[in-house]
Design a protein around this ligand. Structure first.
Ligand code: UDX
Length: 436
């Protein structure tokens, strides 16, 4: 008979907490997952999953008997020693991370030496030390989360690395956390708490920097007739650079990059250090979303009364997450210029509707494109690559597309009768229309 595995506790059953709970259950651990929202606990207990994350629902269904959802902290504390804190740390108006939920959780934990607080939430460097100062007997381990939305289950099961930070006195707790991740086979990096916290922030800030960098290169490519895809490929072949995260587009979004870049900038600023580079990374990202408006004006002149279809609204494909999605800024800018905006997203439409109140939500790409003077591809959903673009061109008032993700094949679009423009893409002149 196989040995019974240690129970894992999860506090905060949002996207990170739910993936963590489901994956540890899949690894054979009993899991107790606690959230303060009764409604959420009830629906999860009924097997209803409200977030779109490939593979997650299956995992939860398959391991339903191993996972208990509860609102009761005492039930969690009685059943689990290792407690993963997965509450959110959204940005405040100042750009600092809002730690109120983390603090609320910490206040509920007993300083009994029996439980281990494992911080998965992204917190500013120094948070762990300050929690330990307040609760010196609490065992504290930092274990930042590096999951990507859309591939979170896969990322959890096949980690590039697992970072485990612990300060003197907490080595045994860190060993226990490392033991949970060992079956996954990724590299486990042991370090101190402040360094673990910095690794998370610095990793996301570096990736965001890569994106803003390639976006600026794309903007220059447009001026000199170079192709950013070719440039990125040529750069990426240098092993020191690598090809990942060099896709130019209309800027990064999501729940992590904007928040973490700003949190790192503010963290540095609070110590008196001005993180100049990150100020530019943020500014470039903001401007990149707006450049699409200029591209549309270049083709259409004034946007007053023009109908623009946004294809995709989520911040990236394979998720219904609308947090910091480029579509939000773009829709507002277009409306500010007097355009009528229609939007379509295969998965995020419901979430988007509440955030884009004055955008006409449609239930298909074709419906959004009907009568449109232009389309903007905002999210790289697979179905857009497979769309009947010739039929789409016929439905539009003017078959013009700005491909905000360089996702579509310009030749296919041009053959379908489109004026095509991407981001930093060198495009050959459109093919002449076939003779009647
Ligand atoms: C990110 C980190 O990758 C992950 O490690 C961390 O735990 C959470 O934040 P996620 O927010 O899910 O994950 O999205 P990711 O796939 O990293 O993309 C972030 C944004 O950057 C998206 O808006 C995406 O469209 C954009 N992006 C990404 C680019 O514009 N170009 C690229 O080359 C890559």
């Amino acid at each position: 008979m196989s040995e019974r595995k240690e129970t894992v506790g999860v506090i905060g059953v949002g996207w990170v907490g739910l993936v963590t709970a489901a994956c540890f259950a899949e690894l054979g651990h009993p899991v107790i997952a606690r959230d303060i929202l009764q409604e959420k606990v009830d629906s999860l207990s009924r097997g209803e999953v409200s977030i779109h994350e490939p593979g997650l629902e299956d995992l939860l269904r398959r391991n339903a008997e191993r996972i208990t959802f509860t609102t009761d902290m005492n039930e969690l504390l009685a059943g689990a020693r290792l407690l993963f804190v997965c509450v959110d740390t959204p940005p405040t108006y100042s750009g600092d991370a809002d730690l109120s939920r983390v603090r609320a959780v910490v206040q509920e934990l007993p300083e009994d030496g029996d439980h281990v607080l494992i911080m998965k939430s992204t917190v500013p460097a120094g948070t762990g030390q300050s929690i330990r100062r307040d609760m010196p007997n609490l065992s504290y381990v930092s274990c930042p989360e590096f999951l990507k939305e859309g591939t979170a289950v896969q990322d959890f099961m096949n980690p590039d690395r697992v970072v485990i930070g612990a300060d003197p006195g907490d080595e045994e707790s860190a060993d226990a956390v490392a033991g949970l991740y060992e079956p996954l086979g990724g590299q486990i990096l042991r370090t101190d708490v402040a360094s673990a916290e910095m690794i998370k922030l610095a990793s996301n800030a570096f990736l965001a920097t890569k994106i803003s960098f390639i976006n600026e290169i794309a903007n220059v490519c447009e001026e000199v007739g170079a192709d950013v895809g070719q440039v990125a490929q040529g750069m990426g072949l240098d092993g020191r650079i690598g090809t990942a995260f060099l896709r130019a587009g209309i800027g990064y979004g999501g729940s992590c990059f904007p928040k973490d870049v700003s949190a790192l900038k503010m963290l540095a600023g609070n110590t008196g250090y001005h993180f100049q580079l990150l100020t530019s990374v943020i500014e470039v990202n903001e401007l990149q979303k707006r450049r699409v408006v200029g591209k549309l004006e270049k083709h259409l002149g004034s946007l007053i009364g023009k109908r623009v279809a946004l294809l995709g609204l989520a911040f990236k494909a394979d998720t219904d997450d609308m947090r910091e999605a480029s579509s939000l800024v773009l829709a507002a800018r277009l409306q500010g210029e007097g355009a009528e905006v229609a939007g379509y997203d295969p998965v995020a439409a419901e979430r988007a509707a509440g955030m884009l109140a004055s955008v006409e939500m449609t239930t298909s790409a074709m419906e959004a494109l009907e009568g449109a003077d232009a389309a903007v591809l905002v999210t790289e959903w697979r179905e857009f690559a497979e769309l009947d673009w010739a039929a789409a061109a016929e439905r539009m008032a003017r078959p013009l597309i700005i491909d905000g993700r360089n996702f579509l094949d310009p030749e296919v679009l041009q053959a379908a009768g489109f004026e095509y423009e991407g981001i930093g893409r060198a495009i050959s002149a459109p093919r002449p229309a076939p003779a009647p």
